[in-house]
Design a protein around this ligand. Structure first.
Ligand SMILES: *Cc1c(COP(=O)(O)O)cnc(C)c1O
Length: 376
């Protein structure tokens, strides 16, 4: 196959010419990590951009999650979703917590509040919902449940950079939220992440926890970790922030083009844009229903044959990993989604040629299936 590979995402990069002077500043100052000037500036700029008050930068999103759980003092059982990336439950294990998976909503990919409530025991201390594909979780109902049972809520907002619901950042909900700035995310610092916290005291404690729990030269208050973001990552972040609105706008255009092209095809359903939401168009999940002539995995192979590297997010479910697997547990909706979703390529610099190749593949498999029917 001579066609170049089309990956499901491609990282947005800052202009090298813009990075050069920032690198020179770092080299001149010699302050390369441990809360340097770019680190401080990126925290301030992100608070402004995201509309939040207290944010602590991390080397990656997983360390933000792990530290968030530690800072909230979670113990025992924590309710979370099986329809997520491995980092969500893994972070619980790193905190010696027991993940309790419950199903997602019938018409969506986020935790089902009724299933959360049904899974609460005397050992439950928290809920860790994911804003899957950047679509806001059912935050109001989740908060009501948390309030009734005295639970904390830590959002895995790794996919929800810049998302606002009813005019407010989704990051304002719950007790804390974790963002990821990994290369595959809408806003990236190559690797990176952040915790959004409710008050200054918690942010200060988190700043200590990400630096081994060090308070001062002679005081270490907890077994913290090294989760610090360095100056190089922060410098990249400052440049990326200047173009993230542009990147999200390009993604929106591509998403809407997909919507036009796909929603006329019987058996394919692009996830609808969430209501009352300023969204980030971070993923392009398409449900492959029974009416479509090919099963999801057959369609996946057809794309792959043409060097279009679509992904099955999230297949298998994390609850299927041997370390989490409970043969008695059934997550009907999550399993259904896991067997049917295919994520199409979407990234800010996707050009018309690559887009057309994705659509041409769909048209080709449809045409083949019609001619096969004709022969049969
Ligand atoms: C990307 C992602 C993470 C992990 O973030 P890293 O920055 O790669 O450590 C965690 N949870 C979800 C849902 C993600 O998509």
């Amino acid at each position: 196959m001579s066609d170049k590979p089309i990956t499901v995402t491609r990282p947005s990069l800052p202009d090298l010419n813009d990075l050069q002077p920032l690198l020179e500043e770092i080299w001149k100052s010699g302050h390369i990590t441990n809360g340097g000037p770019f680190h401080a500036e990126l925290e301030a700029r992100l608070c402004e951009y995201l509309g939040v008050k207290h944010l602590s930068l991390f080397a990656n999103g997983t360390l933000a999650l792990v530290t968030g759980m530690q800072a909230l003092g979670l113990t025992g059982e924590v309710i979370t979703t099986p329809y997520t990336f491995a980092a969500t439950p893994h972070s619980l294990i790193w905190n010696n917590l027991k993940p309790v998976f419950v199903d997602v909503e019938p018409d969506g990919f986020n935790l089902d509040p009724a299933a959360i409530e049904a899974a609460i025991t005397s050992k439950t201390t928290a809920i860790v919902p994911v804003h899957c594909y950047g679509t806001p979780a059912n935050m109001r109902q989740i908060q009501d449940i948390a309030n009734s049972y005295g639970l904390q809520v830590l959002y895995d907002a790794a996919q929800a950079f810049g998302v606002r619901y009813e005019g407010r950042s989704v990051l304002e909900w719950g007790d804390a939220s974790a963002l990821s700035f990994h290369a595959t995310k809408v806003f990236n610092t190559f690797e990176g992440g952040a915790l959004i916290l409710k008050d200054r005291e918690t942010k200060e404690r988190v700043d200590q926890l990400k630096n081994f729990g060090i308070v001062d030269e002679s005081t270490v208050f907890a077994a913290g970790i090294n989760g610090k973001m360095n100056e190089l990552q922060a410098a990249v972040g400052l440049l990326q922030l200047q173009k993230v609105n542009h990147d999200i706008q390009s993604r929106q255009r591509i998403y809407r083009d997909y919507s036009t092209a796909i929603n006329g095809i019987e058996g394919l359903k692009l996830m609808p844009e969430p209501v009352d939401t300023h969204w980030n168009y971070s993923y392009c999940p398409v449900l492959v229903e029974d009416e479509f002539p090919l099963a999801r995995d057959e369609l996946y192979s057809e794309f792959r044959k043409r060097n279009i590297l679509v992904r099955r997010y999230f297949y298998p479910l994390v609850s299927e990993f041997s370390i989490y697997h409970n043969p008695e547990a059934i997550y009907e909706q999550a399993e259904r989604a896991s067997k049917r979703v295919i994520c199409l390529p979407i990234y800010s610099e996707m050009d018309g040629h690559d887009f057309d190749r994705v659509i041409a593949c769909l048209q080709a498999v449809l045409k083949d299936s019609v001619s096969e029917k004709g022969r049969g």
